[in-house]
Design a protein around this ligand. Structure first.
Ligand code: SAH
Length: 237
């Protein structure tokens, strides 16, 4: 798949429409704000961020990009939703975080421009929004330096994830707008693992993100049946 076609314009439109709400912790993006400290500390279990070159793929409004920059990383966030990138840029400016930059660029295009440039690549909650997730995995692998870390998070595909991530989150609890996720784009851990192997990314750890709707608390678990996170490391040449 070539660089310009691995994008679903209706996906970008969904995020652009909500762009002004990225930094409202009570908006549709509330789940991302709530899980952000959890994923930041999970990443830091594997690598420090201070002074590293970090790429955040599908950065949206920059919730994770900015948090990693606050930890001392030099961060580039990329996305294809223009409005979200403007919001991200403005927020960084307002909060005085200087070591984060944003660019409208596909991950595949960046991989041809600047291969093996990053110590850490994060690609969170993005793979389930693209037509060809394997092309994104491959590009992330090209962008990271040998020995560097690539972190993915996405949604599993099974009856439970349909029930929790779509019926529960979009229709019962109203955590996310209806239509945020399409079941057929969800990715089984085995499919992601295969794609990582093919791209010379060694999988070190898989974790699940669990949620209790009564207490409204998220926690990192060993159950990857709905939302899951994968830590991978690029093989040395
Ligand atoms: N990674 C961020 C945002 C997740 S929301 C976070 O976890 O906080 C999914 C993001 O993927 C949106 O910002 C959307 O614009 C972006 N996206 C969807 N398709 C994309 C594509 N083909 N290339 C780059 N970004 C894409």
């Amino acid at each position: 798949m070539n660089n310009s076609t691995n994008v679903d314009p209706s996906e970008l439109a969904k995020f652009s429409e909500l762009a002004h709400r990225w930094w409202d912790p009570n908006s549709e993006f509330r789940p991302l704000h709530e899980i952000n400290p959890l994923r930041l500390s999970w990443i830091q279990e594997f690598t420090r961020l201070q002074d590293l070159q970090v790429l955040d793929v599908g950065c949206g409004g920059g919730i994770l990009s900015e948090a990693m920059a606050r930890e001392g990383a030099q961060v580039l966030g990329i996305d294809l939703a223009t409005k979200s990138l403007r919001v991200a840029q403005l927020h960084a400016l307002e909060s005085g975080v200087k070591n984060v930059h944003y660019r409208e660029c596909s991950v595949e295009a960046l991989a041809t421009q600047t291969p093996a440039q990053y110590d850490v690549v994060t690609c969170m909650e993005m793979l389930e929004h693209v037509p060809d997730f394997e092309s994104v995995v491959q590009a992330c692998s090209r962008l990271v330096k040998p020995g560097g870390w690539v972190f993915f998070s996405t949604l599993n595909r099974n009856p439970k994830s349909f029930l929790f991530a779509i019926v529960g989150a979009e229709f019962v609890l109203n955590l996310l707008p209806r239509g945020t996720h399409e079941y057929q784009k969800f990715i089984k851990p085995s499919e992601l693992a295969q794609s990582c192997r093919a791209s010379r990314l060694a999988q070190h750890s898989i974790r699940g993100l669990s949620y209790n709707p009564l207490t409204r608390r998220y926690w990192v678990s060993r159950d990857p049946s709905v939302n899951y996170w994968v830590a991978t490391q690029k093989n040395a040449p």
